[in-house]
Design a protein around this ligand. Structure first.
Ligand SMILES: [Zn+2]
Ligand SMILES: [Zn+2]
Length: 354
């Protein structure tokens, strides 16, 4: 049930080497190609995940508060996980453990983007970031402590849609003409009609309850050039969560995004008018397919003045999302200066007007 890839040289646990096609041993420099470790899909494997029915959903809900226990295959220690954990790291010996049953059958991901940013690089990014804030308290860099740093494969549903938009608008164009000492203003009225077809590939929606949705959206984009067919060895050395939602539960979010992109793109074709007033818009969305993918995210938790803070890092591109503590003194000083500037400016403008 628990999978762990052992080093053929020394017996230690192999971990995925970021950005490569290998697992590497942290102790003896042995490297094993991923393709040599690939296993056949467990059981029925390719079941349709959509339409799995009420039963599955309610089962997922009752499991929600549950924890499960597994045994670390390296040291025998008890691993306590929540119902969604698919890969973890033993707190006693540091060995990676992959929970196979949570990655098989309907929970077998279709795709994965491997980590290309490793732990050391993530830590460096964290250090750079903590120095970057304009309002960050002076002692922050030395006082904050990196409590934990976890590379997590976050479950995502990726949706493909075809959108057709029929949009009508009334628009005007204004031109002026001078005749003698008179200036004539002509307003031309137009009825615009647009029919557009747009296809969307792989609109991502994160399927983890723990991860804040808005933060995950701001971590985008992921580069899909690196999407690989899912293979379990990629997870070695990282945490992973299995999807917390059926694809049908998250589809409305993807639909909403597809709809607004398609409508905006259609609206953007109405250029060169003085005014455009959309009078009707009819959008039809057809879903082509959805895929279940795991995407790489670093989560860094740190403590500053008895408060916990989080920084999120796109594990592929290095994009950072998080909030730094603000020094009220420094911020207030700036607001003082800013409002003084505004007052001076206001004074100038009044001076000119008067
Ligand atoms: Zn080894
Ligand atoms: Zn262990």
């Amino acid at each position: 049930m628990v999978k762990n890839y052992k080093c053929p040289g020394c017996g230690a646990s192999l971990v995925y080497e970021e950005g490569s096609e290998f697992l590497a041993c942290p102790y003896c420099e042995t490297r094993v190609a991923l393709k040599d470790l690939q296993e056949e899909a467990a059981g029925a494997g390719e079941e349709e995940t959509d339409g799995a029915g009420e039963e599955e959903t309610s089962e997922a809900e009752t499991q929600d508060a549950e924890t499960s226990q597994f045994q670390c295959s390296s040291c025998g220690g008890e691993l306590v996980t929540d119902a969604y954990t698919a890969a973890t790291i033993c707190p006693f010996c540091g060995s990676p453990s992959i929970l196979k049953t949570r990655l098989s059958g309907k929970y077998k991901p279709d795709l994965l983007i491997p980590f290309s940013i490793g732990k050391e690089e993530a830590k460096k990014q964290f250090r750079d970031w903590t120095k970057s804030g304009f309002f960050t308290p002076k002692g922050f860099y030395s006082q904050n402590t990196l409590e934990s740093i976890n590379g997590i494969y976050v479950p995502y549903w990726l949706y493909d849609f075809d959108a057709s938009v029929h949009m009508e608008a009334s628009a005007t164009r204004v031109r002026t003409q001078r005749k003698g000492s008179y200036e004539y203003t002509y307003t031309d009225h137009f009825r615009l009609r647009r029919d557009t077809e747009t296809s969307f590939d792989r609109i991502p929606v994160d399927a983890s309850k723990q991860m804040p949705d808005d933060t995950m959206e701001r971590l985008e984009p992921f580069s899909y050039e690196k999407l690989e067919a899912f293979e379990m060895p990629y997870l070695s050395g990282y945490m992973a969560e299995r999807t917390n939602f059926e694809s049908s539960q998250l589809e409305p979010r993807a639909r909403e995004r597809a709809k607004s992109y398609a409508e905006r793109a259609t609206r953007d074709t109405m250029q060169g008018y003085a005014t455009v007033n959309v009078t009707s818009c009819n959008t039809r969305l057809g879903k082509r397919k959805q895929e279940y993918a795991m995407l790489p995210v670093w989560v860094l938790s740190y403590r500053y003045k008895n408060k916990n803070w989080q920084l999120y890092l796109n594990g592929q591109t290095g994009r950072r999302i998080g909030s730094l503590p603000v020094d009220p003194g420094r911020a207030a000083a700036c607001f003082g200066i800013c409002s003084a500037v505004v007052t001076v400016l206001a004074g100038l403008i009044w001076g000119i007007v008067l």
